[in-house]
Design a binder for this molecule. Structure first.
Ligand code: 5GP
Ligand code: MN
Length: 325
C-alpha cells in the first residue's frame, strides 16, 4: 500500500510525462466535481499540456463562473468525435460514476483516479484516494503544491469552492484543521470568501425556493422520530420551474430536525428511476447503506439510484435505514 505522498508523486509524474488529457467528473456534478475538474485543467494549462474537460451532463449554473467552466463539454449535447488515452477522473468513487463519458476512453486508457470517497474502489492505473480529505479539491491543493508554479486567483477560487461546498460552508465534521489552514492560505491569495459563500450557499433563485416548499410539503417522519424524508416528482420540477441543481441542500431539512438520525431525499427521475440522497447525524453509516443499494459516498452523506416505483423505493429504503439504526 502506498502512502498518500507517494500517490501524489505518481500522479505528478504521470501529468508531466504525457500530453492530451481528458478530465472527467461524476454525473450531476456538484461544486467539488466542477472545481476539481477546472483545477486539474488549470494545472495542465500551466504545464503547457493539451487537455479536454468533459461531463455527461450540464454544469450547474452557479459553477459557470469558475475558471474555464464554460469549456467543460456536455457530451450529451456535443458528443466528441474522438477518444482519449490519458484520463483523469476527479471526485468519482467508482468507475460507473463517470457515466457515459467512458465511451470516450480508449480500451487501453490509463486512468488517474483522484478522489476522497471512502467507498472508492481504486479503479485507476494510478489512484490518489485520500478519504481524510474533506473534498477532492483538498487533494488538488496538495497536488498543485508539488509543482513549481505560482497560484493565481482563478485556481485558488476553484479549490476554495470545492472545499466550501463539500464542507457545507466549513460546518460539517470533515472541516479539519487542515481544511481551515488551506482556506486561510487561499484567502491570502485573494479569494473572496464571503462573496462565494453568499453566491453559492445563501442566495436562492425563486424556483429553488418554490421546489423547497414543495419538497417540505411531502415530509414524513417515522414514529420514533429518527428517520425523516421528503420527495420530489417530475411534476414538482415543472410546477416550480426548478432545475436539478436547485435540489442541492434540500436533504438537509429532514436531517436537521431535532432527534432525526437519517434524512433522505427521493428524487423521482423522468425515466422511472429514483435518485436517493441520504444524510446522517452520525450514528448511521449511510455510505455502507448506499453501497448496499449499489451507490456510495461518505459516512454522513451518500447516495444511489434505483429503478422502480417511487412509493416502493421509499418504503424499502426507509425500512433498511430503520434496521441500520
Ligand atoms: P448527494 O446525495 O449530494 O448526491 O451525494 C452525497 C455523496 O454521495 C456524494 O459524496 C456523492 O458523490 C455520493 N453519491 C451520490 N450518489 C451516488 C451514487 O449513485 N453512487 C456513488 N458511488 N456515490 C454517490
Ligand atoms: Mn467531493
Amino acid at each position: 500500500m502506498q502512502t498518500y505522498e507517494q500517490e501524489l508523486q505518481q500522479a505528478k509524474e504521470f501529468l508531466l510525462k504525457h500530453d492530451d488529457y481528458l478530465i472527467v467528473s461524476h454525473v450531476q456534478p456538484d461544486g467539488d466535481a466542477v472545481s476539481s475538474t477546472v483545477a486539474v485543467g488549470w494545472l495542465l494549462s500551466r504545464l503547457g499540456k493539451k487537455f479536454t474537460m468533459m461531463n455527461e451532463g450540464v454544469i450547474p449554473n452557479r459553477m459557470k463562473s469558475l475558471w474555464h467552466a464554460e469549456y467543460i463539454i456536455n457530451m450529451s449535447e456535443q458528443p466528441p468525435q474522438r477518444t482519449f488515452t490519458n484520463v483523469i477522473c476527479v471526485d468519482c468513487a467508482d468507475f460507473e460514476r463517470v457515466g457515459r463519458t467512458k465511451q470516450y476512453f480508449t480500451e487501453d486508457a490509463a486512468i488517474v483516479n483522484i478522489d476522497h470517497h471512502p467507498t472508492n474502489n481504486r479503479y485507476g492505473a494510478i489512484n490518489v484516494v485520500y478519504p481524510e480529505a474533506a473534498a477532492t479539491a483538498e487533494i488538488l491543493f496538495d497536488l498543485l503544491n508539488l509543482f513549481d508554479i505560482e497560484w493565481d486567483i482563478d485556481v485558488a477560487t476553484a479549490v476554495y469552492t470545492g472545499l466550501l461546498t463539500d464542507t457545507g460552508g466549513f460546518r460539517y465534521s470533515n472541516t479539519s484543521p487542515k481544511v481551515m489552514n488551506i482556506a486561510s492560505t487561499l484567502l491570502s491569495y485573494g479569494v473572496n470568501g464571503p462573496k462565494i459563500a453568499e453566491y453559492l450557499l445563501e442566495e436562492m433563485t425563486l424556483p429553488q425556493l418554490k421546489v423547497l416548499v414543495q419538497a417540505l410539503n411531502t415530509l414524513h417522519i417515522t414514529s420514533d422520530g429518527k428517520v425523516a424524508w421528503v420527495h420530489i416528482t417530475p411534476q414538482h420540477m415543472i410546477d416550480s420551474g426548478a432545475v436539478s441543481e436547485d435540489l442541492e441542500g434540500i436533504v438537509n431539512y429532514p436531517r436537521n430536525i431535532q432527534g432525526v438520525e437519517v434524512g433522505i431525499l427521493f428524487k423521482q427521475l423522468n425515466n422511472g428511476a429514483v435518485k436517493v440522497s441520504m444524510r446522517s447525524a452520525g450514528k448511521v453509516n449511510v455510505a455502507a447503506l448506499a453501497q448496499s443499494f449499489g451507490g456510495g459516498g461518505h459516512v454522513r452523506a451518500a447516495g444511489f439510484r434505483l429503478e422502480g416505483d417511487l412509493e416502493d423505493i421509499m418504503s424499502k429504503v426507509v425500512e433498511q435505514v430503520r434496521r441500520a439504526l
